[in-house]
Design a protein around this ligand. Structure first.
Ligand code: HPA
Length: 251
């Protein structure tokens, strides 16, 4: 455990492998009962506040969404005393106003993954049935939206994040079903991160960064999704994330 309390942790997704301008950075190679987190946790200062950064896919993007050790990541942050977590997640856009480069702070999710999604994994352990009707911490969501406003970054308030198993992209029929289910965004990493944070009693919110139209969506529904397109949109849109976090910490 490090000296002063950590105000916030940022878990960076695809395209976000470091937090630019983190002052006095210190790298921590944590280990947990569930194994090692995806990367070293870098703790530093922003606006005089202590921030922890973790690269969800590893600093060299070596862990695919279904290979991320979500339990180790959340537990390591919790052990460091982190109580608020912002996950940055690349997504495909389903809803008409959620095209490439849009940023959104979702308020609901549907889990289509088949991943272990609890710390409670052995017989005899206390069984946790956490409240999850509102999967994201509303106070942190509001703080993010206010921060984005102060930073002059346009962000969509709300939306339903559909979490898929990956690593493949979805079929058009799957996305059509997700749309009917009420999903506005689709991504591969939003779960089980959100529920594990809840199990550990941490506030959790997501900044979803739209990298592409989801399969069959957008103005040209027949267009295939290209990785080059995903990376170009992410490179442009994730650039706004540090400004939002800085504004959040300035308050
Ligand atoms: N589907 C799932 N995850 C994603 C997508 C997508 O279209 N784009 C970026 N992450």
């Amino acid at each position: 455990m490090t000296a002063a309390a950590i105000d916030l942790a940022v878990i960076g997704g695809t395209g976000v492998y470091a937090f630019p301008g983190l002052e006095h950075p210190e790298r921590i190679d944590a280990s947990t009962r569930w194994g090692a987190p995806s990367s070293a946790i870098v703790i530093g200062e922003v606006n005089g506040k202590r921030v922890a950064f973790l690269a969800r896919h590893g600093e060299l993007h070596t862990f695919a969404p279904h290979h991320v050790n979500y339990r180790a990541n959340i537990d390591a942050l919790h052990e460091l005393g982190v109580r608020r977590v912002v996950g940055v997640n690349a997504v495909g856009g389903i809803r008409d106003d959620m095209g490439p480069r849009v940023l959104a702070v979702p308020d609901q999710l549907i889990d289509y993954t088949h991943r272990v999604s609890s710390f409670c994994d052995a017989e005899g352990e206390a069984v946790l049935h956490v409240e999850f009707g509102e999967p994201y911490a509303e106070s942190l969501r509001r703080a993010l939206l206010d921060a984005a406003h102060r930073a002059g970054v346009d962000v969509v308030d709300g939306g339903c994040y559909g979490a898929t198993q990956g690593p493949r992209l979805e079929t058009r029929a799957e996305i059509a079903r997700m749309r009917r289910d009420g999903c506005d965004l689709v991504g591969m990493t939003g779960m089980p991160e959100a529920v594990l944070a809840r199990e550990r009693g941490m506030e959790y919110a997501c900044i979803a960064v739209v990298a592409n139209w989801a399969a069959g969506c957008g103005p040209d529904p027949d267009a295939p999704i290209s990785l080059a397109e995903i990376h170009a949109h992410l490179a442009a849109a994730t650039g706004h994330v540090p400004a939002i976090v800085r504004a959040l910490l300035a308050h």
